[in-house]
Structures are given as structure tokens and as C-alpha cells.
Ligand binder design. Structure first.
Ligand SMILES: *Cc1c(COP(=O)(O)O)cnc(C)c1O
Length: 399
């Protein structure tokens, strides 16, 4: 390897250095820093013999290009040495459904956290059910007592921490220990922490999913998903994604790679600002509760501190009971917080939510209206001023 190949890197690099250097091969790309965007289907073979033998590094666009290889190499490196391979999906939701379909068959049973991302739940209740795969939801606080929910046909446990909207933490190592003793695989939605802040494979996870739409992309301009697998799960995942025909267009792959290079510096700011805003909100008289596992007051804080190395920009709050029009006035008065779904981009967002209609293993009765914030990369003082204006509007409307 020549000096600038990117393939000849020193051992024991830290994650931030991997983010910048992994998956680069300037020697192969005429000296350019970034991998080119190959728009490709057909790969031409030099001879009939080569074609018959499918000989060559690349065989067909769907099976990978130098553009997808660059991102796969980078992501595998960032997931750590226990990661055997990474598959891509055209959205986070497609990554979730692919992970589930790759591991489960008719007659199987899966345990899914009650705090799971809601569309994952909808997939279990529609497609998995139709295929004869049964789902049991468990309380995210269950820990090793999850053992009592296993059946002879339980093949997988699906964890997500912190929980979607409500931010419950789970004892993933304890759950994984039970699952592995029972011969089940552990899948995780690791979108919130990313591999930088939660080392999924080192904590017992076999398949780790990310909605790349969020922090990997980081700019609210792509739909993308990743599924990383350890040695045990990778052959099945790889065969399934190839057979299923899953692939992602090269422009989105390129944007994901580009986003990945700055993931660490963006997350640092998201983390710092979100903690500041969460702390500020926790001291407001209008706020009943802040759900953010990195706050010492959070019930999941001990687990977060033990297992995670950072927190990101997403958290929720519960307001003290007020008329709905006052909640709407609060949200409508915000000018820096966009009203919209998704998160993980550079911009701040807020949504209103209510988990009470669909949770089944737990009860969602937070004691007041609930809001979820994504803290973006704006100046945190400006964001807090915006929230102050929101609270003024809330009081005016409540009168
Ligand atoms: C957004 C999200 C997804 C789905 O990702 P899309 O790219 O929007 O399909 C999955 N899991 C979590 C936790 C998410 O927040």
C-alpha cells in the first residue's frame, strides 16, 4: 500500500481516527480522498471464461461497487473487531424489516421490547404475523427475568435502548446472556447512540441496526439504513440481503459516507447541547419530568453510565397537566424547533406524542402532555430563548 492508500493504517486507532480514515483507498482512486460514485448495474468481464466463473472483484451492481465497499469498510471498522459485515437498506425501517426477516421463519417466536420504534411494532403485527411468526412484547425494565418469557421456539430478542419516545433503558448484557443461553439471537436498534456511544457487539448484540437517515446522514437529506452483524449472524444476513435483492443507490451511499466522516464532532455538539437544554427544562416549573438517560435523575441513568459512552440529541419531556391549547401554543410559538418527524439532522425539532394507544406490556400514563425534542447544532442559548418564548405562549394560552 502506498502512503495515501488509507489501507495501511496503524494498529489500535481510536474511533475518531477510524471515522476519518476507514474505507478510503486513494491509490485505487487516482489520489482522490473520497471514493467515486459508481452508478452501475452491468459489470463487463474480460473473457467468456471470466464471465462463466463470475471471476472478478465486482460482478453486478446490486452485489456491491467501490462506492458501497468504501462505506461498508468504514462502518465495519467503526462497529469494532466483533463486526463481521454490514448490509445496507434503503431506509431505517427497511433495515429493521430485513434484520427480522433474515433471522426468523414460520413457526418462530420473537420477544420485542414494548418501547420499540412504533413502525417496527407494526411490522411485527402485520408482516411477521402473516408469515406465522409470533411476537411477545416485554417490559424494557425486565432484565434477566426475560427468561420467563422464552418458549421452545423463541429465536430472537429485539432490544432498543433508550426506548423510542419514552427513553427507558434496558440491561442489554443481562438480556443477551439469557438469550444466548436459550439459543436466540439478539437484535438491537442502535440508532440513538450509534456505534460511537454504544458498543453493541461487545454488550452481547448479534445484529445492530441503525436508521442511517438519522445521525449517519446527519443532514436530513437521505433515507438509509444499516444492519451490522457479528460472525454468528453475518452469513445468514448476507445471504438474505443478496437473495432479497436489497441495495441502495450510489448517491445516497456517498452521502452516508460523507456524513459518517463528521459523525463524532456532530454527536459531541448534539450531546452537549441536549444535556444543557434537558437540564434547563428539568428546572422549569412547567415540566413534570425529563426523560434523558444521561441526566443523573433519570431512572435509567445507572445502566446508561455502565454501558454507554455518550448520549445524543434526542430526549423527551412531560409537562405538568395543562389544557391542550396551551401545549399547542407552546409548540406553535417555537421558531427554531421545526415541527416534524425523524431526527438526527443538524436542525432542532419537536413533536407531540402519546404511547398510550399502542403499548401492551407496559402502561403509558406519564401524568401530562409529552413532547420529544431533537437538539440540533444551533447555538444552545438561542434554543433556550426560543423555549422561553414557548413557555410564555403556554402561560398566555392557559389563562
Ligand atoms: C427513524 C427510525 C427508524 C426508521 O428509519 P427510517 O430511515 O425513517 O425508515 C428506525 N428506528 C429508529 C429508532 C428511528 O428513530
Amino acid at each position: 500500500m502506498s502512503k495515501n492508500s488509507g489501507g495501511d493504517r496503524p494498529q489500535n486507532l481510536k474511533p475518531d481516527t477510524h471515522l476519518v480514515t476507514a474505507g478510503r483507498d486513494a491509490a485505487a482512486f487516482h489520489g482522490f480522498v473520497n471514493a467515486p460514485v459508481y452508478h452501475a448495474s452491468t459489470v463487463l468481464y474480460p473473457s467468456a471464461e471470466d464471465l462463466l466463473a463470475h471471476r472478478g472483484r465486482y460482478t453486478y451492481g446490486r452485489r456491491g461497487t467501490p462506492t458501497t465497499d468504501a462505506l461498508e469498510d468504514a462502518l465495519r471498522t467503526i462497529e469494532g473487531p466483533l463486526c463481521a459485515g454490514v448490509a445496507f437498506a434503503p431506509s431505517g425501517a427497511a433495515a429493521v424489516s430485513t434484520a427480522l426477516l433474515s433471522m426468523l421463519s414460520a413457526g418462530d417466536h420473537i420477544l420485542v421490547t414494548d418501547s420499540v420504534y412504533r413502525p417496527t411494532r407494526v411490522f411485527c403485527e402485520s408482516v411477521l404475523k402473516r408469515l406465522g411468526i409470533e411476537t411477545t412484547y416485554y417490559n424494557p425494565l425486565i432484565g434477566s427475568a426475560i427468561e420467563t418469557l422464552f418458549r421452545p421456539n423463541t429465536r430472537a430478542v429485539y432490544v432498543e435502548a433508550p426506548g423510542s419516545q419514552s427513553f427507558e433503558m434496558q440491561d442489554i448484557p443481562a438480556i443477551a446472556k439469557v438469550a444466548h443461553a436459550k439459543g436466540a439471537v439478539v437484535m438491537m436498534d442502535n440508532t440513538w447512540a450509534t456505534p460511537l456511544y454504544f458498543r453493541a457487539f461487545e454488550k452481547g448484540v448479534d445484529l445492530s441496526i441503525q436508521a442511517g437517515t438519522k445521525y449517519i446522514g446527519g443532514h436530513s437529506d437521505i433515507m438509509f439504513g444499516t444492519i451490522s452483524a457479528n460472525e454468528a449472524a453475518w452469513p445468514k444476513l448476507k445471504d438474505f440481503t443478496h437473495t432479497y435483492g436489497l441495495c441502495v443507490g450510489p448517491d445516497d451511499i456517498y452521502l452516508a459516507t460523507r456524513g459518517l466522516r463528521t459523525l463524532s464532532v456532530r454527536l459531541e455538539r448534539h450531546q452537549k447541547s441536549a444535556l444543557q437544554v434537558a437540564q434547563w427544562l428539568s428546572e422549569r416549573s412547567e415540566v413534570l419530568r425529563v426523560m434523558h438517560p444521561a441526566l443523573p435523575s433519570d431512572p435509567g441513568h445507572a445502566i446508561w453510565k455502565r454501558d454507554f459512552t455518550g448520549s445524543s440529541g434526542l430526549f423527551s419531556i412531560v409537562l405538568k397537566p395543562i389544557p391542550e391549547k396551551a401545549v399547542l401554543a407552546f409548540v406553535n410559538a417555537l421558531s427554531l424547533f421545526g415541527l416534524g418527524f425523524s431526527w438526527g439532522g443538524y436542525e432542532s425539532l419537536v413533536i407531540l406524542f402519546d404511547c398510550s394507544t399502542y403499548r401492551t406490556a407496559t402502561q403509558w400514563a406519564p401524568g401530562g402532555p409529552a413532547l420529544r425534542f431533537h437538539i440540533g447544532l444551533e447555538d444552545v442559548g438561542d434554543l433556550i430563548s426560543d423555549l422561553e418564548r414557548g413557555f410564555s405562549a403556554l402561560h398566555a394560552a392557559a389563562r
